[in-house]
Design a protein around this ligand. Structure first.
Ligand code: ADP
Ligand code: MG
Ligand code: MG
Length: 895
């Protein structure tokens, strides 16, 4: 297997591995591709990602084979450029660039001008006929190499430069003469020796291998790991190294460097978009030392800028470049992000890749390219990252509005929200009821805060990760959330909080950006989401290609409406216990739970029946005949038990029982492990009157709506936490009995299904028997993941990051289904269930129903539908279409 691939300068690019990003990284693969179609790319070579992994595994040592291969590739570059690496007469200089399969900002910075030393700098000056240029290049090299490879603080170099300018009375770098740069290089070298403990390496070979080692090592740095963890990139890919002959944009006024997009990356508009600088080298454009100029005349004029565009200054080179933009777009059939340099009038391409873009630009570019005949509808559908749609489904901050950032936490749930700071859930609910917009700020949230979280516009927590309670619940609710903002400290007594050194009081206004994790003082203007234009078009295309249905997880008419507007085709999970959390009902629920006998329970249930009935009525109305899976009560009891003295006092008032007795009963009900306790169907079997009330409420509401509107609701009654067929048989009998009672009373009947949630491994294994008792399965993969892995979702935050870092799990199994393990149970249950009952309806209703990778798995095993929270419905629609299209591509001949 080749370890080094040469590109450009007439190299042989025929080995397909060279253009495989997994082997040569994105940068290397595209440089080879561009060179092979005859574009002007400076020659160079790429060391494969495999070599990086080998180097890291074998304890930072280069093999003799690699040294040999690099020497040969360098000889190729020397031949094609006609210069020698390290030749003091006319030196070849190179850049050393990292490049993984996916672009990663956490990786090593590029080192330019490598190969310069005290001897070769003189040769460069002579060959270029420009001493200033040579010494400027050398000082850049010492600084970059010192910073990136030797770890010398780059601030020290900048300081030295500032002092040099001050001493000479200069304002700009451009005033520095050749001698000034020469003097600065001496200072830089002394600086390196002082800080690094060894002199700056003069041997070009030592420089080269030092830089290669630094690129390899940068794969394993904390910042690279963190970036990969936050972006779900695997840790076992490694980075490639690209060594490439330098071309110089800093050789005078006929030289330049720049970056460009072939379309506008923020709007998607079909115009060239970019920046450039005359007489500058690579990093100058992004480093902010000089202000870059606009590429096109139109942009410059629109911005009212004086500095001329490249189109105006170098019209011929610009025209050549624009031609290459079009060529590259046609070649890659996608918008490109291109880096280029002009050396004394000659244009060179240094990089191309698919350009990053906002979600709305992605939609516009995809639909435009279909219209332009550049890609077909299927390709367009597959081009959009479903998760990126998230950006469009929540209010977003106006990018032009000013921001006063207090701190930045984790971007736990996207969207933007402004509101008054509140410090507890009860206050959130109270203030929201009186019409305030509030942001709930907690150290961390717990299930008791649900009401307050729902009432709030956004949630901020000082602790907890991306899978903390706050993060998961907020995403489910579509509430923006910033979690783990450790600069936040809350003083509940004084009702104040301190954020990054600034003091705020409850009631002060803050703004959260859940997409970036920013917390800002005051209100920042935001833009509302809507599904129209290109977004709507693309969703229609997706609908044409998907097979699976998409439902929503929703329990309020509001959420149902939102979900339908986003295209939901039914409810996959209506969690009835969430309907009980409301402040006005919690007392009746507590009376029911704490009742000492059936009569007490029935009395409490009688209060809840009309409330539930009207809830279901409202939901059925919104869903207008679409299937609605309603899960009967499944509360971990502790989430409902009263804790505070005031709660017990309220209950004593309501029931006429002494508070002490209620307290004793609550103590009696205490469970050591509520997640595995007296919940789900266990509750329904021991206290049948609870499920009887719920089933009655559902059918009475369904009859009401059917009689009033003519559109018969389609209830699917779901029995939770079933482990055995017998449990389902007992409760199905109950459901059927109550349904018949209601139908008889109303003189009206309607179609419905009874089925179960598969969320216990035993249920999955016994799916054949269970399917005989129920008409549908819905995979409750949140609990199925907990019960299969034996990991509590609420406690996983403490160790999950570390597990992911060490490769125990590739991704958080509560976010993306553990397909190998939990998925196997799902697959097996689907097969066994269908074998027992041919028309068994199969769906998924865990968080995974909104995760594209998990959706793809659901397609593969032939589920009928996926169900996701309302704001994830469009994501699921797109992912369901992609699941089919990508599977087709895999089997297409030659594809
Ligand atoms: P990044 O991945 O951060 O974009 P690159 O490896 O693309 O880093 O390098 C950054 C910039 O350095 C390039 O855009 C280009 O301007 C400059 N550069 C890199 N290699 C060369 C080279 N061989 N000749 C001239 N400039 C180069
Ligand atoms: Mg680049
Ligand atoms: Mg469950």
């Amino acid at each position: 297997m080749k370890t080094v691939y040469a590109f450009g300068g007439g190299a042989d690019h025929s080995d397909p591995r060279q253009k495989d990003k997994a082997v040569t990284g994105g940068k290397g693969a595209n440089l080879a591709e561009m060179a092979s179609i005859g574009l002007p790319v400076p020659p160079g070579f790429t060391i494969t990602t495999d070599e990086c992994l080998r180097y890291l595994k074998q304890g930072a040592d280069f093999t003799a084979d690699l040294r040999q291969a690099v020497a040969e590739a360098m000889a190729h570059v020397e031949r094609s450029v006609g210069k020698g690496f390290g030749d003091p007469a006319d030196p070849l200089l190179v850049s050393v660039r990292s490049g993984a399969a996916v672009s990663m900002p956490g990786m090593m910075d590029t080192v330019l001008n490598l190969g310069l030393n005290d001897a070769t700098v003189e040769g460069l000056a002579r060959a270029a006929g420009d001493e200033r240029f040579a010494w400027d290049s050398y000082r850049r090299f010492v600084q970059m190499y010192g910073d990136v490879v030797l770890g010398v603080d780059h601030g020290l170099f900048e300081e030295a430069l500032e002092i040099a300018k001050e001493d000479n009375g200069y304002l700009a770098d451009t005033e520095m003469t050749a001698d000034d740069w020469r003097a600065l290089v001496a200072e830089y070298k002394a600086l390196v020796e002082r800080e690094h403990g060894r002199p700056f390496p003069q041997d070009p070979q030592e420089q080269l291998w030092g830089a290669i080692a630094a690129v390899f090592a940068s794969w394993d740095t904390d910042r690279a790991r963190t970036y990969r963890r936050l972006n779900d990139i695997a840790h076992d890919m490694g980075t490639a190294v690209n060594v490439q002959a330098m071309v110089f944009g800093n050789m005078g006024d006929d030289s330049a460097t720049g970056v460009a997009f072939t379309r506008d990356p923020s709007t998607g508009e079909r115009v060239y978009y970019g920046e450039w600088l005359v007489n500058a080298q690579g990093e100058d454009v992004v480093a902010g030392i000089r202000t870059p100029q606009y590429l096109t005349r139109a942009r410059r004029e629109a911005a009212g800028a004086a500095a001329l565009s490249m189109e105006e200054v170098m019209p011929d080179t610009y025209a050549e470049l624009a031609e290459l933009f079009d060529l590259l777009e046609r070649h890659y059939r996608d918008m490109q992000d291109i880096e280029f340099t002009v050396e004394r009038g000659k244009l060179w391409l240094l990089q191309t890749r698919s350009g990053k873009r906002t979600a709305s630009a992605a939609l516009k570019i995809a639909t435009d390219m279909v219209a332009e005949g550049l890609v077909d509808e299927r390709t367009a559908i597959c081009r959009i990252d479903p998760m990126a749609l998230d950006q469009l489904l929540h209010p977003t901050l106006d990018p032009d509005a000013p921001r006063d950032v207090l701190t930045t936490g984790l971007p736990a749930s996207p969207g933007a929200a402004s509101g008054k700071v509140v410090l507890d859930a009860a206050t959130a609910e109270r203030w929201a009821e009186r019409g305030d917009q509030v942001i709930l700020c907690r150290v961390e949230t717990s299930p008791e805060d649900i009401g307050g979280m729902h009432a709030a516009q956004g949630i901020l927590t000082a602790r907890g990760g991306m899978t903390s309670h706050a993060a998961v619940v907020a995403r489910g609710m579509g509430r923006p959330c910033v979690s783990g903002a450790s600069a936040v400290s809350i003083d509940l007594g004084a009702r104040t909080l301190r954020i990054g050194g600034r003091d705020l009081r409850e009631g002060d206004i803050i703004t959260l950006d859940g997409g970036t994790g920013q917390v800002m003082a005051g209100e920042v203007a935001s833009l509302k989401p809507e599904m129209a234009g290109d977004f709507a078009t693309l969703m229609e295309w997706a609908d044409r290609h998907r097979r699976m249905r998409v439902r929503c997880n929703a329990e309020t008419p509001d959420d149902c409406r939102t979900a339908r507007a986003f295209g939901a085709e039914g409810i996959g999970l209506c969690r009835t216990e969430h309907m009980f959390f409301e402040a006005s009902r919690i007392s009746a629920v507590r009376q029911m739970i704490l009742a000492e006998d059936e009569a007490g329970r029935r009395a409490a249930l009688a209060k809840l029946l009309p409330e539930q009935r009207s809830d279901f009525r409202a939901i059925f109305e919104v869903m207008a005949g679409l299937p609605c899976t309603i899960r009967l009560l499944d509360p971990p009891l502790h989430e409902f038990l009263p804790h505070a003295d005031a709660d017990f006092a309220d209950l004593a008032d309501a029931t006429g029982l002494p508070a002490e007795r209620l307290r004793a009963r609550a103590a009696q009900l205490h469970e050591f492990n509520p997640m595995l306790g007296h919940r789900g169907c266990r509750l329904g079997i021991t206290f049948p009157e609870i499920y009887e009330m719920q089933v009655r409420a559902i059918f009475e509401a369904a009859c009401d709506v059917a009689q009033a509107s003519g559109a018969a609701p389609l209830p699917e009654i779901m029995i939770p936490l079933v482990a055995t067929a017998r449990e389902l048989a007992i409760l199905r009998t109950l459901v059927e009995r109550v349904a018949e009672e209601v139908f008889a009373e109303r003189g009206h009947s309607l179609a419905y299904l009874t089925g179960t949630m598969i969320e216990l491994p035993r249920a999955a294994l016994m799916a054949g028997e269970i399917a005989a008792e129920g008409a549908f399965f819905s995979f409750g993969t949140n609990d199925l993941t907990q019960t299969t892995l034996g990991i509590s979702r609420d406690d996983a935050g403490k160790f999950l990051d570390c597990y992911i870092d060490q490769g125990v799990f590739a991704r958080d199994p509560f976010v993306s289904l553990d397909i190998a393990g939990v998925g196997q149970l799902v697959r097996l249950a689907a097969e066994r269930g269908r074998a027992a009952r041919g028309d068994l309806k199969l769906g998924i209703c865990g968080e995974h129903g909104g995760d594209p990778a998990s959706i793809s798995f659901c397609e593969e095993i032939g589920l009928d539908y996926v169900s996701a929270s309302p704001y994830r419905v469009p994501i699921a629609r797109l992912a369901a279409a992609q699941a089919i299209l990508k599977a087709e591509k895999l089997v297409a001949p030659g594809g």
